[in-house]
Design a protein around this ligand. Structure first.
Ligand SMILES: C[S@@+](CC[C@H](N)C(=O)[O-])C[C@H]1O[C@@H](n2cnc3c(N)ncnc32)[C@H](O)[C@@H]1O
Length: 296
Protein backbone atom coordinates (compact mmCIF):
# COMPACT_ATOMS: atom_id res chain seq x y z
CA UNK A 1 0.00 0.00 0.00
CA UNK A 2 2.71 2.45 0.99
CA UNK A 3 4.78 1.69 -2.13
CA UNK A 4 1.66 2.23 -4.25
CA UNK A 5 1.14 5.63 -2.59
CA UNK A 6 4.78 6.49 -3.20
CA UNK A 7 4.46 5.63 -6.88
CA UNK A 8 1.34 7.77 -7.08
CA UNK A 9 3.16 10.68 -5.43
CA UNK A 10 6.04 10.38 -7.91
CA UNK A 11 3.65 10.38 -10.85
CA UNK A 12 1.69 13.36 -9.55
CA UNK A 13 4.88 15.32 -8.79
CA UNK A 14 6.14 14.85 -12.33
CA UNK A 15 2.75 15.42 -13.95
CA UNK A 16 1.91 18.57 -15.97
CA UNK A 17 -0.30 19.61 -13.05
CA UNK A 18 2.77 20.38 -10.95
CA UNK A 19 5.10 21.61 -13.67
CA UNK A 20 4.88 25.18 -12.35
CA UNK A 21 5.37 23.97 -8.78
CA UNK A 22 8.49 22.08 -9.81
CA UNK A 23 10.08 25.03 -11.59
CA UNK A 24 9.22 27.40 -8.71
CA UNK A 25 10.83 24.97 -6.27
CA UNK A 26 13.96 24.78 -8.42
CA UNK A 27 14.26 28.59 -8.46
CA UNK A 28 13.40 28.88 -4.79
CA UNK A 29 16.32 26.63 -3.89
CA UNK A 30 18.74 29.37 -4.89
CA UNK A 31 16.58 32.32 -3.87
CA UNK A 32 14.95 32.36 -0.44
CA UNK A 33 13.25 35.68 -1.21
CA UNK A 34 11.71 34.52 -4.47
CA UNK A 35 8.42 36.43 -4.54
CA UNK A 36 5.68 33.82 -4.40
CA UNK A 37 1.92 34.29 -4.26
CA UNK A 38 -0.06 32.02 -1.94
CA UNK A 39 -1.00 29.82 -4.90
CA UNK A 40 2.63 29.58 -5.97
CA UNK A 41 3.74 28.66 -2.44
CA UNK A 42 1.10 25.97 -2.46
CA UNK A 43 2.23 24.66 -5.84
CA UNK A 44 5.95 24.61 -4.92
CA UNK A 45 5.16 23.14 -1.48
CA UNK A 46 2.94 20.44 -2.92
CA UNK A 47 5.57 19.54 -5.48
CA UNK A 48 8.34 19.04 -2.93
CA UNK A 49 6.05 17.18 -0.51
CA UNK A 50 5.02 14.73 -3.22
CA UNK A 51 8.58 14.40 -4.51
CA UNK A 52 9.91 13.72 -1.02
CA UNK A 53 7.04 11.41 -0.17
CA UNK A 54 7.93 9.37 -3.23
CA UNK A 55 11.54 9.24 -1.96
CA UNK A 56 10.49 8.30 1.61
CA UNK A 57 11.49 11.71 3.07
CA UNK A 58 8.00 13.02 3.87
CA UNK A 59 6.56 13.10 6.52
CA UNK A 60 9.92 14.08 8.02
CA UNK A 61 11.49 12.04 10.81
CA UNK A 62 14.51 13.14 12.75
CA UNK A 63 16.96 10.60 14.03
CA UNK A 64 20.19 12.44 14.51
CA UNK A 65 20.14 14.96 17.33
CA UNK A 66 23.54 16.49 16.58
CA UNK A 67 22.63 17.04 12.92
CA UNK A 68 19.30 18.60 13.88
CA UNK A 69 20.98 20.88 16.43
CA UNK A 70 23.66 21.90 13.93
CA UNK A 71 21.05 22.71 11.28
CA UNK A 72 19.28 25.05 13.73
CA UNK A 73 22.60 26.64 14.70
CA UNK A 74 23.46 27.21 11.02
CA UNK A 75 19.99 28.41 10.06
CA UNK A 76 20.82 32.11 9.67
CA UNK A 77 23.90 31.49 7.55
CA UNK A 78 22.23 28.85 5.45
CA UNK A 79 19.35 30.60 3.71
CA UNK A 80 19.76 30.39 -0.06
CA UNK A 81 20.50 33.77 -1.63
CA UNK A 82 20.58 35.69 1.68
CA UNK A 83 23.71 37.00 3.38
CA UNK A 84 24.14 36.41 7.12
CA UNK A 85 24.23 40.22 7.57
CA UNK A 86 20.84 40.72 5.94
CA UNK A 87 19.36 37.94 8.07
CA UNK A 88 20.86 39.51 11.18
CA UNK A 89 19.48 42.91 10.19
CA UNK A 90 15.98 41.46 9.75
CA UNK A 91 16.09 39.56 13.03
CA UNK A 92 17.30 42.53 15.02
CA UNK A 93 14.34 44.51 13.64
CA UNK A 94 11.85 41.84 14.66
CA UNK A 95 8.91 42.33 15.29
CA UNK A 96 8.94 45.45 13.09
CA UNK A 97 8.65 43.66 9.77
CA UNK A 98 5.74 44.14 7.35
CA UNK A 99 2.54 45.66 8.73
CA UNK A 100 0.64 42.37 9.08
CA UNK A 101 3.50 40.41 10.65
CA UNK A 102 4.26 43.27 13.00
CA UNK A 103 0.64 43.48 14.14
CA UNK A 104 0.49 39.74 14.71
CA UNK A 105 3.70 39.61 16.78
CA UNK A 106 2.80 42.67 18.83
CA UNK A 107 -0.67 41.30 19.48
CA UNK A 108 0.86 37.97 20.52
CA UNK A 109 3.23 39.74 22.90
CA UNK A 110 0.31 41.62 24.48
CA UNK A 111 -1.66 38.38 24.75
CA UNK A 112 1.20 36.58 26.46
CA UNK A 113 1.79 39.49 28.83
CA UNK A 114 -1.93 39.44 29.69
CA UNK A 115 -1.87 35.66 30.21
CA UNK A 116 1.06 35.94 32.63
CA UNK A 117 -0.73 38.64 34.61
CA UNK A 118 -3.93 36.62 34.80
CA UNK A 119 -1.96 33.60 36.04
CA UNK A 120 -0.50 35.75 38.80
CA UNK A 121 2.98 36.08 37.25
CA UNK A 122 3.42 39.82 37.74
CA UNK A 123 6.28 42.11 36.65
CA UNK A 124 9.26 41.48 38.90
CA UNK A 125 8.84 37.72 38.45
CA UNK A 126 11.55 35.57 36.95
CA UNK A 127 10.88 34.43 33.36
CA UNK A 128 12.74 31.90 31.25
CA UNK A 129 12.25 31.90 27.47
CA UNK A 130 13.05 28.86 25.30
CA UNK A 131 14.07 29.34 21.66
CA UNK A 132 14.27 33.13 22.06
CA UNK A 133 15.79 33.84 18.63
CA UNK A 134 17.50 37.23 18.70
CA UNK A 135 15.57 38.12 21.81
CA UNK A 136 12.86 40.62 20.87
CA UNK A 137 10.24 39.16 23.20
CA UNK A 138 12.68 38.74 26.07
CA UNK A 139 13.61 42.40 25.64
CA UNK A 140 9.96 43.51 25.71
CA UNK A 141 9.31 41.52 28.90
CA UNK A 142 12.43 43.00 30.50
CA UNK A 143 11.11 46.46 29.61
CA UNK A 144 7.89 45.45 31.37
CA UNK A 145 10.11 44.93 34.42
CA UNK A 146 10.28 41.14 34.43
CA UNK A 147 13.59 39.49 35.25
CA UNK A 148 14.21 37.59 32.01
CA UNK A 149 16.61 34.89 30.86
CA UNK A 150 16.38 34.06 27.14
CA UNK A 151 17.85 30.86 25.71
CA UNK A 152 18.46 29.53 22.24
CA UNK A 153 20.45 26.71 20.75
CA UNK A 154 22.13 29.12 18.31
CA UNK A 155 25.18 31.05 19.57
CA UNK A 156 24.59 33.61 16.77
CA UNK A 157 21.13 34.32 18.19
CA UNK A 158 22.49 34.85 21.65
CA UNK A 159 25.32 37.09 20.52
CA UNK A 160 22.80 39.33 18.74
CA UNK A 161 20.34 39.13 21.64
CA UNK A 162 23.04 40.29 24.05
CA UNK A 163 23.52 43.38 21.92
CA UNK A 164 19.88 44.23 22.75
CA UNK A 165 20.67 44.05 26.43
CA UNK A 166 23.73 46.28 26.03
CA UNK A 167 21.71 48.81 24.00
CA UNK A 168 19.23 49.08 26.86
CA UNK A 169 22.08 49.50 29.33
CA UNK A 170 23.58 52.22 27.11
CA UNK A 171 20.25 54.04 27.33
CA UNK A 172 20.60 53.94 31.10
CA UNK A 173 17.75 51.48 31.61
CA UNK A 174 18.18 49.18 34.60
CA UNK A 175 16.66 46.03 33.10
CA UNK A 176 17.22 42.45 34.18
CA UNK A 177 17.87 40.67 30.90
CA UNK A 178 20.29 37.84 30.33
CA UNK A 179 20.79 35.40 27.45
CA UNK A 180 22.31 31.93 27.36
CA UNK A 181 23.13 29.37 24.69
CA UNK A 182 21.70 25.89 24.99
CA UNK A 183 19.12 23.44 23.69
CA UNK A 184 15.69 23.52 25.28
CA UNK A 185 15.80 19.75 25.68
CA UNK A 186 18.36 20.25 28.46
CA UNK A 187 17.64 23.85 29.42
CA UNK A 188 17.62 22.89 33.12
CA UNK A 189 21.39 22.34 32.79
CA UNK A 190 21.85 25.67 31.00
CA UNK A 191 20.31 27.57 33.94
CA UNK A 192 21.35 25.16 36.71
CA UNK A 193 23.20 27.94 38.57
CA UNK A 194 20.13 30.22 38.68
CA UNK A 195 17.23 30.14 41.15
CA UNK A 196 14.06 28.46 39.85
CA UNK A 197 11.79 30.48 37.59
CA UNK A 198 8.25 31.73 38.20
CA UNK A 199 7.35 31.01 34.58
CA UNK A 200 8.86 29.42 31.50
CA UNK A 201 7.51 30.33 28.07
CA UNK A 202 8.10 29.31 24.50
CA UNK A 203 6.82 31.35 21.54
CA UNK A 204 6.83 29.86 18.05
CA UNK A 205 9.91 27.73 18.77
CA UNK A 206 8.88 24.42 20.35
CA UNK A 207 8.01 23.11 16.90
CA UNK A 208 11.69 23.50 15.90
CA UNK A 209 12.99 21.34 18.77
CA UNK A 210 14.57 18.00 18.05
CA UNK A 211 12.59 16.48 20.94
CA UNK A 212 9.86 18.82 22.12
CA UNK A 213 8.74 16.39 24.84
CA UNK A 214 12.17 16.63 26.45
CA UNK A 215 11.79 20.41 26.22
CA UNK A 216 8.68 20.13 28.40
CA UNK A 217 10.46 17.84 30.89
CA UNK A 218 13.38 20.25 31.12
CA UNK A 219 11.05 23.26 31.54
CA UNK A 220 9.30 21.53 34.42
CA UNK A 221 12.64 21.21 36.19
CA UNK A 222 13.40 24.93 35.78
CA UNK A 223 10.19 26.03 37.51
CA UNK A 224 9.60 26.69 41.18
CA UNK A 225 6.75 24.65 42.67
CA UNK A 226 3.57 26.46 41.62
CA UNK A 227 5.33 28.04 38.61
CA UNK A 228 3.72 28.22 35.16
CA UNK A 229 4.73 26.94 31.74
CA UNK A 230 3.23 28.84 28.79
CA UNK A 231 3.26 27.60 25.26
CA UNK A 232 2.35 30.41 22.86
CA UNK A 233 1.40 30.40 19.20
CA UNK A 234 2.78 26.95 18.47
CA UNK A 235 1.44 25.64 15.17
CA UNK A 236 -1.24 23.08 14.64
CA UNK A 237 -0.95 19.85 12.68
CA UNK A 238 -1.23 21.28 9.18
CA UNK A 239 1.99 23.19 9.77
CA UNK A 240 4.07 20.08 9.09
CA UNK A 241 2.93 20.30 5.47
CA UNK A 242 2.57 24.10 5.23
CA UNK A 243 6.11 24.78 6.47
CA UNK A 244 7.76 21.87 4.69
CA UNK A 245 9.05 23.88 1.73
CA UNK A 246 10.64 26.50 3.97
CA UNK A 247 12.08 23.94 6.40
CA UNK A 248 13.54 22.05 3.47
CA UNK A 249 15.16 25.23 2.09
CA UNK A 250 16.89 25.91 5.41
CA UNK A 251 17.65 22.26 6.05
CA UNK A 252 15.87 22.44 9.42
CA UNK A 253 12.69 20.81 10.54
CA UNK A 254 9.36 22.16 11.65
CA UNK A 255 6.38 20.19 12.78
CA UNK A 256 2.82 20.94 13.79
CA UNK A 257 1.22 19.67 16.98
CA UNK A 258 -2.01 17.85 17.68
CA UNK A 259 -3.53 19.33 20.82
CA UNK A 260 -4.12 15.90 22.37
CA UNK A 261 -0.43 15.03 22.07
CA UNK A 262 0.59 18.31 23.74
CA UNK A 263 -1.87 17.85 26.60
CA UNK A 264 -0.80 14.25 27.21
CA UNK A 265 2.89 15.11 27.15
CA UNK A 266 2.41 18.06 29.53
CA UNK A 267 0.72 15.70 31.98
CA UNK A 268 3.43 13.08 31.70
CA UNK A 269 6.08 15.78 32.29
CA UNK A 270 4.36 16.35 35.64
CA UNK A 271 2.32 19.46 34.87
CA UNK A 272 -1.20 19.89 36.28
CA UNK A 273 -3.92 22.55 36.00
CA UNK A 274 -3.43 22.50 32.23
CA UNK A 275 -5.42 25.25 30.50
CA UNK A 276 -6.26 26.03 26.89
CA UNK A 277 -5.82 29.81 26.81
CA UNK A 278 -7.30 30.48 23.38
CA UNK A 279 -8.44 28.84 20.15
CA UNK A 280 -10.37 26.28 22.16
CA UNK A 281 -11.96 25.21 18.88
CA UNK A 282 -8.67 24.77 17.03
CA UNK A 283 -10.15 22.73 14.18
CA UNK A 284 -6.70 21.30 13.54
CA UNK A 285 -5.43 24.55 12.06
CA UNK A 286 -5.32 27.31 14.69
CA UNK A 287 -2.28 27.89 16.88
CA UNK A 288 -1.91 26.41 20.37
CA UNK A 289 -1.86 28.64 23.43
CA UNK A 290 -1.59 26.56 26.59
CA UNK A 291 -0.64 27.07 30.21
CA UNK A 292 0.30 24.35 32.67
CA UNK A 293 1.41 24.45 36.27
CA UNK A 294 4.10 22.68 38.21
CA UNK A 295 2.21 21.50 41.30
CA UNK A 296 2.94 23.58 44.42
C1 LIG B 1 11.18 30.41 14.67
S1 LIG B 1 12.49 30.89 15.73
C2 LIG B 1 11.53 31.77 16.94
C3 LIG B 1 12.38 32.65 17.77
C4 LIG B 1 11.70 33.58 18.75
N1 LIG B 1 10.80 32.88 19.64
C5 LIG B 1 11.04 34.72 18.03
O1 LIG B 1 9.85 34.91 18.16
O2 LIG B 1 11.75 35.44 17.32
C6 LIG B 1 12.93 29.38 16.54
C7 LIG B 1 14.08 29.54 17.53
O3 LIG B 1 14.25 28.32 18.22
C8 LIG B 1 15.64 28.02 18.28
N2 LIG B 1 15.77 26.57 18.43
C9 LIG B 1 15.60 25.60 17.52
N3 LIG B 1 15.77 24.39 18.08
C10 LIG B 1 16.07 24.62 19.38
C11 LIG B 1 16.35 23.77 20.48
N4 LIG B 1 16.35 22.45 20.35
N5 LIG B 1 16.60 24.34 21.67
C12 LIG B 1 16.60 25.69 21.82
N6 LIG B 1 16.35 26.53 20.82
C13 LIG B 1 16.08 26.01 19.61
C14 LIG B 1 16.19 28.56 16.97
O4 LIG B 1 17.58 28.74 17.02
C15 LIG B 1 15.42 29.88 16.91
O5 LIG B 1 16.03 30.82 17.72
Amino acid sequence: MSSLLKRLSAQLAESPLLRTGKSLWERNQTDWNLPLSKAQKLAAGLYIILRDHADGRFPPTFQDQQKAYQAEIDYNSNLPGLTPDSVMDANLRKPFWGQRIMERHLQDFCRLAGDLRRLGVAPGSRLLELGCGMGWMAEFFALLRYDVTGTSIAPGDIQAARSRASTLAARGLAVRLDFRVGPMESVHEVVADLPPFDAVFVYEALHHAFDWGQGLDASFRCLRPGGWFLLASEPNRVHTAVSYRVARLSNTHEIGFARGALLRRLRSAGFRDIRVLRHRLGLGVRTHWLAARRPA
